[in-house]
Design a protein around this ligand. Structure first.
Ligand SMILES: [Mg+2]
Length: 480
């Protein structure tokens, strides 16, 4: 049972800000926010389930026998990769090596997986690999895995390859259309979809009061943006204030990631009617559609690391922002809260797991030394040893037996560790003992990351977020 102190620690880790690259919030002059899944959190499973059902209807229209299929949110997680060539879904470590694989909806045996992927490194730039990171990727991958089973059973409408199948699923998901339909549903019944968080408007009020310029840069249109921001913010603001008063600039329909790379046309939005009028430049406290990052920099008179951008999309919100504009970046990953809880629940067994692994490492080292002594004795070279050959052979057997005995205990804990968070794929940010591919990308492109925007509350607009000292394999001591 955890003590109150431990519980407090667990809560603070869950709602904390994690720093990859040191960020002094005092030097940040402007903060840009994405809206969907950043300032406003939707119930993800509900969203994914609707997208899946929509996709199933489309596949049924094309003659696929899908009526008995249902959405399984545990079948995939974000950060996995579809191998469209072979009909598989894989999890890779930070080097791109496959650590776990499913063919269709079945886990692959380790020997099969090794035979298939021993020479492959997953390169996300190749069309063979599809990284699961969008709103719709969970539903897309779930349907793809189930249809691979149907293809393998010869029950599809006609002979179709795994890559063609993926193209079909992708074409029929029709993200833009689906997103439009979902948004209409959300606007008409936001209570069913939105998880309110009073900490988010408070964070923005703190930042504004501290003199930061605030920007809203969303791909959603003005009508949806205005409806959702009013719903999620206005009730938590001082009487008579609206969400709009928190932002210096609002840019809707921003078309990120193109917003950060290209010069896109700019339109002023007439707030009451939503009508657009082409304009050449940004004015003070305006609401716009389109535009681009360099225009925002010119308008604010700020550049690069004076601006922090906060978003939930690894590619559209942080990857390009960091690579092209060199803005500072913050990534919101809601699943981190469940990931922390899973880690906390395993904490005591992890201590035991690490202790057994250290013991095993020691025994293996000793075994290897005795084997080397025996080898030298047999071949008659090296420093003289008084231990007789049969005694060395007996010790080797003894150490082997002790290691086997230890392995039996370790494998139970290793299995448990591999099923934390998701029974099929384990933790989001880890692949076995290593970082996952997703964790590597977060590390590379997001200066800081957190489970939700309200985690800023504990760091204030004046916080100095220091990255931990990175560990290296040759450090003399852990935590050196
Ligand atoms: Mg978003």
């Amino acid at each position: 049972m955890s003590t109150p102190v431990e519980t407090k620690k667990a809560v603070s880790a869950t709602r904390s800000i994690h720093t990859n690259r040191t960020l002094n919030l005092r030097t940040v002059k402007a903060i840009g926010y994405d809206m969907d899944y950043t300032l406003i959190h939707y119930r993800m499973e509900e969203w994914e389930r609707r997208a899946y059902e929509h996709l199933r209807e489309r596949m049924a229209d094309l003659g696929w026998p899908v009526s008995a299929l249902s959405f399984d949110p545990t079948l995939v997680t974000r950060g996995l990769v579809i191998d469209a060539e072979l009909g598989n879904v894989v999890k890779t470590d930070r080097f791109g090596y496959v650590r776990k694989a499913f063919h269709g909806t079945s886990p692959m045996r380790f020997d099969e997986q090794k035979a298939l992927y021993a020479r492959d490194v997953v390169e996300l730039s190749s069309p063979r690999w599809v990284f699961l990171n969008t709103f719709f990727s969970i539903s897309e991958a779930c349907m793809y895995m189930q249809l691979v089973d149907i293809v393998d059973a010869g029950e599809g409408p006609r002979a179709v390859g795994y890559a063609d199948l993926h193209r079909k699923v992708r074409e029929n998901l029709d993200e833009a259309h689906m997103e439009g339909e979902m948004k209409q549903e959300i606007v008409s019944n936001p209570d069913a979809f939105v998880e309110l968080d009073p900490g988010v408007p408070m964070v923005l009020m703190d930042q504004r009061a501290a003199g930061k310029q605030l920007l809203l840069i969303t791909n959603s249109d003005w009508t949806f943006t205005s409806a959702m921001m009013s719903y999620a913010f206005d009730r938590f603001l001082p009487r008579g204030k609206s969400w709009r008063s928190l932002f210096d600039l609002v840019l809707c329909f921003a078309q990120k990631p193109a917003f950060f790379m290209n010069q896109m046309p700019l339109f002023a939005v007439d707030e009451p009617t939503g009508l657009l009028r082409p304009v050449a430049r940004l004015g003070d406290e305006g609401t716009y559609a389109g535009g681009y990052a360099a225009l925002v920099e010119r308008h604010l008179g700020l550049f690069g690391d004076q601006i922090l951008f906060v978003g939930d999309h690894l590619f559209a919100d942080v990857h390009v922002t960091k690579s092209v504009q060199r803005w500072r970046t913050a990534l919101v990953i809601r699943e981190l809260e469940a990931e922390h809880e899973a880690l906390e629940s395993f904490a005591e067994r992890q201590v035991e797991f690490s202790r057994l692994m250290r013991r095993k490492t020691g025994l293996e080292q000793r075994l290897s030394e005795i084997r080397l002594k025996l080898l030298r004795k047999r071949h008659g070279y090296g420093p003289p040893s008084r231990t007789k050959q049969p005694e060395l052979e007996r010790r080797i057997e003894e150490y082997r037996a002790r290691i086997l005995d230890l392995d039996a205990k370790i494998s139970v804990l290793a299995k448990e560790a591999s099923e934390l968070l998701n029974p099929n794929w384990g933790l989001l940010m880890r692949a076995g003992n290593d970082k996952s591919n997703l964790a590597r990308q977060v590390e590379r492109y997001a200066d800081i990351y957190m489970s939700r925007v309200s985690n800023f509350l504990s760091h204030t607009p004046f916080g100095y977020l220091r990255a931990p000292r990175g560990s290296l394999p040759h450090d003399p001591l852990p935590g050196w």
